[in-house]
Design a protein around this ligand. Structure first.
Ligand code: DON
Length: 586
């Protein structure tokens, strides 16, 4: 008995020791495991929480990626204003949204301060000095799309670093340039997690990255999966040069050498002189009135503001509010206005510093009324019979909308043009270059990659800026901010912005309803009415076809980011459900 007690006690002591030991072993493993840097989130954890709609009382940032929204949000929290946040978002997108976010591209900003002052910044790319009007034509005079769309010859002189510094100098409240680049540098250095969509798009473009780059680049370095960390050390170094030296850190010194070397190696024509000469330009916004609202948008070299004002001006003569939303009657009127606006765009619009764009005449209300004089409610016009008045795409641009605590608003659209631009990376600098030269008219009447045609007004000339459709827009009602919106989508940008604005003004929608609503598009040529795949009634589609519209369906049109000011002083942020867009506010 005593023996067995002793045995029992020994056994218990042994068991206790074993327990304690295994406890320590377990602890040891937990410590080891948790100190290992894991490259993946658990498959059960979402990579990001995408917020698509929110209402709060102070400020809103809506962008294409949660990391960029956070960058803008943090700058606002640090006391920065909407311009500071916009600059931080632009640099952050260059890291976490490489398909369109950029330092090697350009864009446009429309600004409205809380006191009602309005301004517009053009940081659009520019044709290099050695460019010529026939640089994309073969010996038979036919345009070679490959040349204007991919590789070194497609690249316009980038405008983003200069544009951001211009905005900083004129309007920054934080007055700390380095702080605005800090979130981007952090994400480039430490990496950020790819969304599933981003991993898929990088993989899909692998062969193009292989084709247009001779040096190894990070974007095609592996088969990406959602949740993978994308680390960009070369880009971090370039961003640090911009942080330390301002735009000369990009347009001069080592980075300029890297760009010019890459050009020489890959057959491009951008020189040190081109980089040195680049300047962002402040422009006077296009303004128009639409049913007691003031619309503020981008002037040339974007066609966006003018075409938007034209569509609104033509449609204003019809009582949309009395038409059922997305009825054949409603869509028909809008499409006929779009058809006429895009016909004018093709003939009259280009860089107003090079070509005399008749802005006032194009947005004149009498002219716009007369433009619809031949409108037939029963019958679609035929685009070939619509000529300009007397006097195509996927989602690879990016827009963001910001309103700060003081009520200052920024509407900003930026792009490399196509997805990942020219696909050419400045290897030593770790950044992608645009293929914006394709936005010029390579040959009169020959469609560019968005199916848009142009002529003399948009022909290539050294130092000229290519015509854009980007339409960053702000809407006022009774002298108060009402809506900030914009979208990517090439030629569909203008019509998507139009629909967002009209949804709010004519149909009393919230920003969320206006953004998530199905979209349609017509751009004169090709003569097609494009509807989003989901959301249109088949009876309506048949009625439109009966009127003579050549109806086609397409997956998605546009990706709008909007902020709406509510009558109780709150702000509503709306991020498009069509992709990884995200709103953050407080
Ligand atoms: O400036 C423009 O109109 C075009 N480069 C925009 C390209 C674009 O939106 C591509 N993605 N969706």
């Amino acid at each position: 008995m005593a023996n067995s007690i002793i045995q029992n006690q020994t056994y218990l002591t042994f068991m206790k020791a074993k327990h304690i030991l295994s406890y320590f072993f377990l602890l040891f493993f937990v410590i080891i495991l948790s100190s290992c840097k894991t490259d993946k989130p658990s498959p059960l954890e979402p990579i990001y929480d995408f917020t698509k709609t929110m209402i709060d009382d102070s400020a809103m940032v809506v962008t294409a990626h949660p990391i960029a929204s956070l960058a803008g949000y943090d700058i606002l929290r640090q006391g920065g204003n909407a311009i500071d946040a916009a600059i931080a978002v632009q640099f952050s997108l260059a890291v976490c949204y490489p398909i369109a976010g950029n330092i090697g591209g350009g864009g446009f900003m429309v600004y409205r301060s809380s006191d009602g002052t309005i301004d517009a910044l053009d940081y659009r790319e520019m044709a290099p000095a050695a460019s010529t009007s026939d640089m994309y034509l073969d010996q038979n005079g036919n345009a070679i799309a490959e040349k204007s769309q991919n590789g070194a010859l497609a690249v316009g002189v980038p405008g983003t670093p200069a544009g951001m510094y211009e905005a900083f100098q004129k309007y920054s409240k934080l007055k700390d340039w380095k702080a605005l680049l800090a979130p981007a540098i952090h994400s480039a250095e430490n990496g950020f997690r790819l969304t599933f969509r981003q991993a898929g798009l990088l993989n899909k473009n692998k062969t193009k990255f292989d084709k247009y780059n001779t040096d190894p680049v990070v974007f095609n370095s592996k088969n990406w999966k959602g949740g993978d960390l994308l680390i960009q050390p070369e880009l971090a170094t370039t961003l640090k040069a911009i942080a330390n030296e301002g735009p000369t850190g990009f347009y001069g010194g080592k980075v300029a050498d890297q760009i010019v070397n890459q050009m020489k190696k890959s057959g491009g024509i951008i020189t040190h002189e081109d980089l040195k000469n680049y300047q962002a330009i402040w422009r006077t916004p296009i303004t128009t009135n639409y049913r007691d609202h003031k619309i503020i948008s981008m002037p040339p070299p974007s066609s966006g503001g003018i075409a938007l004002a034209q569509i609104l001006g033509m449609v204003e003569n019809f009582n949309l509010a009395e038409m059922d939303y997305h009825s054949a009657e409603h869509i028909h009127v809008v499409v006929e206005a779009e058809r006429r606006a895009y016909a004018d765009r093709a003939t009259h619009l280009g860089d107003s510093d090079f070509y005399n764009v008749p802005i006032a005449s194009l947005i004149n209300k009498d002219y716009l009324k007369s433009r619809m004089a031949d409108f037939n409610p029963e019958k679609a016009s035929v685009s070939d019979s619509i000529i300009a008045g007397q006097m195509k795409e996927s989602l690879q641009t990016t827009h963001y909308s910001i309103v700060d605590q003081e009520g200052n608003a920024v509407s900003m659209t930026t792009t490399l043009n196509g997805g990942y631009g020219s696909k050419l990376v400045v290897a030593e600098g770790g950044f992608l270059l645009n293929n914006e030269m394709d936005d010029f008219s390579a040959k009169p009447g020959t469609p560019n990659m968005f199916g848009l045609i142009g002529a003399e007004a948009n022909k290539i000339e050294p130092g000229k800026r290519m015509l854009s459709s980007m339409t960053p827009t702000i809407v006022e009602k009774d002298g108060q901010l009402l809506l900030v919106c914009g979208t990517p989508g090439g030629s569909t940008i203008i019509t998507s912005v139009y629909q967002t604005v009209s949804n709010v003004i004519d149909y009393g929608m919230t920003a969320t309803e206006a953004v998530q609503s199905p979209r349609f598009h017509h751009q004169w040529l090709p003569d097609k009415l494009i509807l989003e795949e989901v959301g249109f009634d088949s009876l309506v589609i048949n009625a439109l076809a009966d009127k003579g519209h050549k109806v086609m369906k397409r997956g998605k049109i546009g990706k709008v980011e909007a902020v709406r000011f509510l009558s109780n002083g709150n702000l509503e942020g709306a991020a498009d459900i069509r992709a990884d867009d995200d709103v953050k506010g407080f």
